[in-house]
Design a protein around this ligand. Structure first.
Ligand SMILES: CC(=O)N[C@H]1[C@@H](OP(=O)(O)OP(=O)(O)OC[C@H]2O[C@@H](n3ccc(=O)[nH]c3=O)[C@H](O)[C@@H]2O)O[C@H](CO)[C@@H](O)[C@@H]1O[C@H](C)C(=O)N[C@@H](C)C(=O)N[C@H](CCC(=O)O)C(=O)O
Ligand SMILES: Nc1ncnc2c1ncn2[C@@H]1O[C@H](COP(=O)(O)OP(=O)(O)OP(=O)(O)O)[C@@H](O)[C@H]1O
Ligand SMILES: N[C@H](CCC[C@H](N)C(=O)O)C(=O)O
Ligand SMILES: [Mg+2]
Length: 490
């Protein structure tokens, strides 16, 4: 592709050197990956400023540089206002606007995004479609899986992956859209057919200055769903959430609301929440079906309502949705039961916000015959405001909490624990910095009928201490401790 063609969607740019007739072989944002004929885009990051690597990119054969300021190089330097936005624009152009070639569902909100992508994947597969999925746990193209660094990748990786999906004839893609991604322009120019809002509660206030700013970032998805208008675009919104109510009034697209408490287009009626699952009548604008699912808790009903709404916007028959919910396999690390034949329950769950922890613990308390224990910590280098709140939720909604380390990252684990317990009034907790020990202590205390929730890390298979990642898998550690306890008894 010619460089001038690549720049066709950017109106205001400037280059001192002539750029006609330059052929582009690819785009790079990491100088270490540059190949002959690539355009290198300088991104001023949180750790380093990509402009300082322009020279390296030139030495590695870059044909041009896109930058926010003049650089003294032999190859053309194209100056734009915002290189992150330019990266998204040229990636879209280079990969021929791939998101316009399949049905794309974007999911945003504090909790439930990963769960919803998995639910939708099951629904669309049952509908006979070829699917793609992008999110926290992995990227998937039909049956091939790929590991990911971010929940929502940078625009270059995203458009390249979409292009791969087009080449594999994928019909529908579900992706999580994080607030960071929206704020940093990672999804700029992407064409969504359906956007889903799950809920908004406290998280990521280390990055966003306050809840209003966090909401502003989330709401960007409902303001910029893309350019292709030959099909209607839908905003699927949880109307029981106060921020959802506001979003309904600020999106330009056709709205489909869902809820349990407030009148909505898609609702759960005659709801019954049981220890073995959930039963309700799914009421929709195209009819009603009876749902029986093994998923537990009211939050799971919200997720099923959101998934049903999105699937209905995509014309999936109600019968298919009903079957998908009755056969669901669940999501790794989301309310995952660890069962080694013991007489007490052990649940591994990714709850790492006050709201998700409260939902999970309330659900467990309503189902457990005996006591509820929780093992939980808070991540380092993340929103510190969550710490006392999560600790308070833990002691309020359990019989006993054991506070331990999550991923301390570059913070002092003892200081994180101190931040959690400071100001707690109740005393039904203990502190054990070593996560393995904490899990062991909780399991040792269990009597038949009790339930332990191991919260915060879900599917993660590592623990990040300092800048290093050590193998750690809550499910495996829990199984090991249960086996030990069972052996000790026999
Ligand atoms: C704070 C943040 O979002 N950081 C993201 C950002 O990294 P950064 O700004 O630190 O990048 P940097 O290291 O300063 O590099 C700047 C530029 O220099 C380039 N560079 C760097 C070194 C070099 O030798 N040569 C070179 O060209 C880099 O390629 C880059 O283009 O850009 C990277 C590439 O896109 C991201 O992977 C990285 O996410 C990090 C890993 C991260 O932890 N992000 C979190 C906060 C995040 O985004 N989370 C959300 C939500 C999660 C959820 O709730 O589910 C997510 O979507 O993942
Ligand atoms: N609809 C919901 N409302 C509140 N809590 C939920 C909901 N769905 C799931 N949860 C809780 O939130 C946790 C995280 O769920 P999930 O991974 O689906 O969310 P996410 O939005 O993808 O999170 P992240 O931003 O970390 O990627 C679950 O383990 C569960 O405890
Ligand atoms: N996507 C979230 C995941 C948090 C998971 C939790 N285990 C932690 O490390 O805090 C984040 O990066 O903030
Ligand atoms: Mg997720």
């Amino acid at each position: 592709m010619k460089l001038t063609q690549l720049l066709k969607t950017i109106k205001f740019y400037h280059s001192e050197k002539k750029i006609d007739d330059i052929d582009v072989t690819g785009i790079e944002m990491d100088s270490r990956q540059v190949d002959n004929g690539n355009v290198f885009v300088c991104i001023d990051g949180f750790t380093v400023d990509g402009h300082q690597f322009a020279k390296m990119a030139e030495q590695k054969g870059a044909c041009a540089i896109i930058a926010e300021r003049p650089l003294s190089l032999d190859i053309p330097v194209i100056i734009v206002n915002d290189t992150a936005k330019a990266l998204a624009q040229i990636s879209n152009t280079f990969y021929e606007n791939p998101s316009e070639k399949f049905q794309l569902i974007g999911i945003t909100g504090t909790n439930g995004k990963t769960t919803l992508t998995y639910m939708l994947d099951e629904i669309f597969q049952l509908d006979g479609q070829k699917t793609g999925l992008i999110g926290t746990i992995q990227m998937k193209i039909i049956n091939d899986t790929y590991s990911v660094k971010n929940t929502t990748p940078d625009s270059l990786f995203l458009q390249k992956s979409f292009h791969k999906m087009v080449n594999k004839d994928v019909d529908t893609v579900m992706m999580e859209v994080s607030s960071h991604a929206l704020d940093l322009g990672r999804v700029y120019g992407t064409d969504y057919d359906i956007a889903v809002f799950t809920n908004l509660t406290q998280d990521h206030l280390d990055y966003h200055k306050n809840m209003e700013d966090y909401f502003r970032a989330k709401s960007l998805l409902f303001a910029q769903m893309g350019n292709r208008y030959d099909q209607p675009k839908f905003a699927v919104i949880n109307i029981d959430d106060p921020y959802g109510k506001r979003l309904v009034r600020s999106t330009a697209y056709e709205v489909l609301t869902y809820g349990i408490e407030n009148q909505a287009n898609v609702m759960a009626k005659n709801l019954s929440l049981n220890p073995n699952g959930t039963v309700f009548d799914l009421s929709t604008p195209v009819g009603e079906v009876h749902i029986e699912s093994s998923l537990v808790g009211e939050f799971s009903v919200y997720n099923m309502l959101a998934a049903s709404s999105a699937a209905l916007c995509a014309n999936v028959p109600l019968k298919t949705i009903q079957s998908a919910f009755s056969e669901t396999k669940g999501v790794p690390g989301r309310f995952e039961n660890v069962n080694c034949g013991q007489e007490f329950g052990v649940i591994v769950d990714y709850a790492h916000t006050p709201d998700s922890l409260e939902n999970v613990l309330k659900t467990v308390q309503s189902l457990a015959k005996g006591k509820t224990y929780v093992v939980v910590g808070c991540g380092g280098d993340r929103d510190k405001g969550k710490r006392p709140k999560m600790a308070n939720v833990a002691i309020t909604h359990s019989d006993k909490a054991i506070f331990t380390s999550d991923n301390p990252r570059t913070e002092d684990p003892d200081q994180i624990l101190q931040d959690m317990v400071e100001g707690l009034e109740a005393t039904n907790f203990s502190v054990e910095r070593d996560r393995k020990q904490a899990i062991s202590q909780a399991i040792q205390q269990c009597q038949p009928g009790d339930v332990v929730v191991i919260a915060g890390k879900g599917h993660e298979t590592y623990q990040e201490i300092g800048k290093e990642r050590f193998d750690f898998d809550d499910c495996k550690v829990a199984s090991e401790m249960i086996e030990k306890k069972l052996k000790g008894r026999s």
